[in-house]
Design a protein. Structure first.
Length: 289
């Protein structure tokens, strides 16, 4: 009896009607491609990204040419809960509202191995370790990456974000660790709802790229800082944004692009999509504590 090698679980499998029809027309069986995908029978183009994805927990995506020239995509979600089979032509870039986008992303944001965060986090820690402060504000705190770490240090932390989903994750983590963080569910578009000179430290991590104009946000951060306080901002390089880089997250079959409010141009983005999708599964090893 032949033994099938399985390198990861597939979870719930769905096959799009178009993919099912294309396979049937070619007299091919979906299970053949699921087995190849799961056994690591990948094209040279997919191999490097997939080896990394299997090891570090990212989407695993394989592309197989069909006899009629179409390409079959098999994608397993980063949490291995589901696998989706579809035609490459069905792969969708979906513009999504900022709040809805982050609410959707909240489910996987902390388990995703994000190479950008892997670079940013140790640098932020290093910068903050050398400073002393009693109060901190995390602007666009998301799931609380920095807010939680600061609260563990004994800092009195306030966190503000417009996404209920992201803030819920942060709140639950804070409660589980019995930390005392003050959470505010609000957009900062109209300014920060805090008095002048309220905080020793203001952190804004990977958030400013969503601001159509950086100046009012930075002005607001400066306003709520105590004289001599520290402002720490992390983000994409503005050149990357200007050249069309988009904050993106993935689910099998879909690239989600939270609403564009910056100077990035969708016209530039679209032709890049396939390359960026492959690049997103780059081989950078990621460690998150
Ligand atoms: C990429 S996440 C970064 C989260 C967290 N700071 C981190 O570094 O992990 C960007 C966050 O900014 C929030 N955000 C974007 N625009 C915002 C706005 N106008 N007001 C409040 N929060 C905003 C989003 O909801 C999201 O949680």
């Amino acid at each position: 009896m032949s033994q099938t090698t399985t390198r990861f679980p597939l979870g719930t499998v769905t096959v799009s009607p178009a993919a099912a029809a294309a396979l049937e027309a070619a007299n091919l069986n979906p299970s053949t491609f699921l087995a190849r995908h799961q056994a690591g029978d990948w094209s040279d183009e997919d191999r490097e990204g997939n080896e990394w994805a299997v090891r570090y927990g990212h989407d695993i995506a394989s592309m197989y040419p069909l006899p009629d020239g179409a390409e079959l995509l098999v994608i397993t979600a980063l949490d291995r809960s589901c696998t989706c089979m579809l035609l490459e032509s069905e792969y969708e870039d979906r513009e999504i509202g900022m709040v809805e986008g982050y609410d959707t992303w909240a489910r996987t944001y902390d388990i995703e191995k994000n190479p950008l965060i892997a670079i940013e986090e140790p640098r932020v820690q290093q910068l903050l370790d050398g400073l002393s402060f009693d109060t901190a504000l995390d602007v666009g705190s998301g799931t609380g990456r920095h807010a939680l770490r600061l609260a563990r240090r004994g800092v009195r932390v306030t966190a503000i974000d417009q996404s209920p989903g992201m803030l819920d994750v942060a709140r639950n983590a804070s409660t589980a660790e019995r930390l005392d963080i003050e959470f505010h569910l609000a957009s900062i578009d109209g300014g920060l709802p805090f008095e002048n000179a309220s905080f020793d430290l203001v952190v804004s991590a990977l958030m400013l790229c969503h601001m159509p104009d950086l100046r009012p946000t930075v002005r607001e951060c400066a306003r709520v800082l105590r004289p001599g306080g520290h402002l720490l901002i992390t983000d994409f390089h503005p050149d990357a944004v200007a050249r069309g880089w988009r904050t993106t997250f993935w689910a099998p079959g879909t690239a989600y692009l939270p609403q564009l409010r910056t100077m990035g141009a969708p016209a530039i983005w679209r032709p890049w999509r396939k390359q960026v999708w492959r690049l997103s599964r780059s081989k950078t090893p990621v460690r998150r504590s």
